[in-house]
Write a protein that binds this ligand. Structure first.
Ligand code: PLP
Length: 449
């Protein structure tokens, strides 16, 4: 079909090709991806782009990994599908066993799904079912508390417990009403002038405590948070002590703590689980992206031993079966990706290369007048751009600054891929980009990036 000229996001006119892909934004001329070679993406037009973000913080081994491809192929030829109501597969058993053991005895079981959104849906239902089994005579625990400027997935349940205003807006009337939100822990914008970390943590913990009181302390199933906030806030770790304090509030009211590690988990921040660096383990945890490194759609939910104890004592199993749960190809990909991470000691590389990346970003960009904040952990870093450094005033939303920077990265001048996110000012205004390369990035590649 003939190219149609359209006004692009930044007002320029560019040719956009007609497409049958429903989600295609015709104001944007999407690049045609031909293949991946290590840490590079190769486009149909020959451009070779350094993948500085692993897509959306998914790629953790780079692209074209022969071992993972062969493991998937072997599994697909052996048996590509497993109806888990009757059968299991060796790869599902082995993967779940590995995931449970990786938590050093904290988690009791794992459940494999196909996307982070599905994992979050399962986590929400697991929390609900836990309380139905725990206190059958008190079925009032139906509420969830999460944080503003959070993202927990795109399906209706996951959107409802999330705090991504832009993605929620059109579907607000369809979202369950028993999910409310408190402030995120945002050291760049959330702290009052002169406030210490301790005082900030105490203020946020009080806000959460107040929310429990407002909605009814014995009506809450769980508090949901990302240990390091990804796309909605831009690689934002919490200030020290925050998670201990909010976990304490959850314990006080008997609510569960759900960590969404879909983006920050499975090694991205330098430990396999991001919560290991907080000294707080969740009751339920979701994982995704770096679990399978993009080689198959695969994600998962981990339930702690005490959650499993209650569920297993109860009268029913977890009522959440779906056609492609525990998909053998996804499990095979995830297992091989995780084996390679262990064999090649890639978590140590994430820590070392992450330290180098953070140093270089700060040396080169901290003094830039439009770089407001540089933050992250492991190989999960964000630059937040501001119109005014002194006041941290964000750019107007219609400027699409992060998107423009990402688009410029793809041009022949730079040939690098980074990932755009919304701003930490209010979740809509302002901009950040995410830099989240593969775990096996080399120091010369970090220098170049
Ligand atoms: N949770 C977090 C923290 C995410 O970053 C995402 C996706 O970006 C999701 C959940 C949803 O995962 P998916 O897009 O695989 O459904």
């Amino acid at each position: 079909l003939a190219p149609v000229p359209q006004a692009s996001r930044n007002g320029n006119t560019r040719p956009a090709k007609e497409s049958a892909v429903l989600q295609r934004d015709l104001s944007y001329d999407f690049a045609l991806l031909a293949r991946g070679e290590g840490n590079y993406l190769v486009l149909e037009d020959g451009r070779k782009i350094f993948d500085g973000s692993g897509g959306a913080a998914v790629g953790c081994l780079g692209w074209g990994n022969q071992r993972v491809a062969e493991a998937v192929m072997k599994q697909v030829l052996a048996i590509p599908y497993c109806a888990t109501v009757f059968y299991t597969t060796g790869v599902q058993e082995e993967l779940c066993c590995y995931l449970v053991e990786s938590t050093k005895g904290h988690m009791g079981r794992a459940y494999i799904v196909n996307s982070g959104s599905e994992a979050m849906e399962a986590a929400v239902k697991l929390a609900r079912q836990y309380f139905l089994e725990l206190t059958p005579s008190q079925p009032q625990r139906t509420r969830f508390i999460s944080r503003r400027q959070s993202y927990h997935g795109i399906t209706l349940g996951a959107l409802a417990v999330g705090g991504h205003d832009y993605r929620r807006a059109k579907f607000e009337p369809l979202l369950m009403k028993n999910a409310t939100r408190v402030s995120p822990c945002n050291a760049y914008r959330g702290k009052n002038p002169g406030e210490t970390d301790e005082d900030y943590v105490a203020r946020l913990a009080k806000e959460l405590d107040d929310e429990f009181q407002t909605v009814g302390p014995d009506t809450v199933c769980a508090f949901i948070a990302e240990p390091v906030v990804g796309a909605a806030l831009g690689c934002m770790p919490a200030v020290p002590g925050y998670f201990k304090a909010v976990a304490e509030v959850c314990r006080k009211y008997g609510a569960l703590l759900i960590f969404d590690e879909v983006m920050c988990g499975m090694g991205r921040t330098g430990t396999l689980h991001a919560w290991e660096q907080e000294g707080v383990a969740p009751d339920i945890q979701t994982i995704g992206k770096a679990l399978g490194g993009g080689y198959q759609p695969v994600a998962g939910v981990l339930a702690s031993k005490h959650v499993m104890d209650v569920l297993q004592k109860g009268s029913s199993v977890f009522v959440h079966g779906h056609t492609y749960q525990g998909h053998p190809a996804g499990c095979a990909a995830a297992l091989e990706v995780q084996r390679i991470i262990l064999e090649e000691n890639l978590l140590a590389n994430v820590r070392a290369m992450g330290a180098l990346l953070s140093r270089r970003l700060k040396e080169r960009l901290a003094s830039h007048p439009n770089v407001g904040n540089i933050r992250g952990r492991g190989l999960f870093w964000a630059l937040e751009f501001v119109a005014n450094k002194a006041t941290a005033e964000p750019f107007p939303v219609e400027d699409h600054v992060a998107m423009e920077i990402c688009e410029k990265g793809l041009s022949k001048e730079y040939l690098v891929n980074v990932y755009p996110g919304s701003g930490s000012a209010d979740g809509i205004r302002g901009d950040h980009i995410i830099i989240s390369p593969a775990f096996n990035i080399r120091s010369d590649e970090v220098e170049w990036l």
